[in-house]
Design a protein around this ligand. Structure first.
Ligand code: RUB
Length: 326
């Protein structure tokens, strides 16, 4: 749906509605998962650029900035969204005309979406080599990167079993068990509290990432750190499956990752609890690097200690922009 507004001279048609709809779908978790929200954000920026019909270069830069802020305001934790959107607009500042600015957004968004989808496939191929015949795997929440690894190992003929956590309160584990069972994999749903209890039967943990900090710490769905601690105690390998655009450049310069807190109603319906009971609903947590055995990326398998170097190499001169949070 087009949103039409008047400028000083002409009637200008700005397409903010797609951007707002995408932001709202991300906020309400109709689109969820760090990779998917990044691709949805890039796709909304591309739609915006394709439909932006008039205005000066200066106006177009301002409107792109507004579109960026609307999308980034949807969910705060996954740096994938920030990196995806900044990849789209990185050439806008140097573009000599409105057309070239918008063309660069369209081009960069397309490249980001393609790179992002290819990365998930590469991670699956690389990570599957870490799955042995007869392995029992534990996964948490619903990560396309982690599930890609598990499904690829199965597709390559390895006989595996999977435990998948329910992942309260949104119960993304139900999506996971559906996806794995449809792929023909032997999968068992467990409640989150059963993680330590099943860990003694597990050979390998595979989880996804919303953000990886420069010190190698992982930010992922709440409860991930419990899996890591239980895996450490049981000497089970703990593996993070992540595209490198989930590495956070801002953490190199001291920024902390914002942990999203969501509505209390997601935990208990209104009126169920006594009035004086409070609810705290953080939806991500941080797992220190020391609990992580491998980080499986599209560039290969690395240790948490390599994250900083990879970020420096990938950012190149953009490192100074990252320092300014741009
Ligand atoms: C999803 C979640 C996933 C990561 C990685 O949380 O924590 O593990 O986002 O997913 P939510 P992917 O459901 O709150 O978005 O590998 O698909 O990018």
């Amino acid at each position: 749906m087009l949103h039409t507004i008047k400028s000083q001279k002409d009637t200008l048609v700005y397409v903010f509605d797609t951007v707002k709809e995408t932001a709202s779908d991300i906020k309400e978790m109709k689109i969820r998962g760090a990779g998917r929200i990044a691709r949805a954000g890039a796709s909304a920026m591309r739609d915006f650029a394709e439909n932006y019909q008039c205005g000066s270069l200066e106006e177009c830069r301002k409107d792109l900035d507004t579109a960026k802020d609307i999308l980034l305001g949807s969910r705060p934790t996954a740096v994938s969204l920030w990196n995806g959107i900044h990849a789209c607009i990185r050439d806008v500042e140097s573009a000599p005309s409105r057309k070239e600015a918008m063309d660069s957004v369209i081009r960069n968004a397309g490249s980001f979406i393609e790179m992002s989808s290819n990365a998930v496939e590469l991670i699956a191929k690389i990570g599957a080599k870490r799955v042995r015949e007869g392995d029992t795997i534990l996964t948490h929440c619903n990560s396309s990167a982690a599930l890609g690894v598990i499904k690829e190992a199965h597709a390559q003929g390895r006989d595996i079993k999977v435990y998948a956590t329910e992942s309260r309160p949104w119960r993304q584990g139900l999506l996971t068990v559906k996806e794995l069972s449809e792929a023909g994999i032997d999968v068992t749903l467990i409640i989150d509290g059963a993680v330590r209890s099943v860990m003694k039967k597990v050979d390998n943990v595979f989880v996804g990432a919303d953000t990886v900090a420069s010190n190698g710490a992982l930010v992922n769905k709440i409860g991930t750190s419990q899996l890591a601690l239980a895996a450490d105690e049981a000497r089970v390998s703990f593996n993070v499956c992540t595209e490198t655009y989930k590495f956070s450049p801002m953490t190199m310069f001291g920024d902390m990752v914002t942990i999203e807190e969501r509505d209390c109603g997601e935990v208990a319906d209104e009126g169920v609890l006594p009035k004086n009971v409070k609810i705290y609903n953080p939806v991500f947590d941080s797992t220190p690097a020391k609990y992580i055995d491998t980080i499986i990326t599209e560039l290969g398998i690395m240790s948490p200690g390599s994250v900083y170097d990879v970020m420096v190499r990938q950012l190149g001169e953009g490192i100074f922009r990252a320092r300014e949070g741009k």
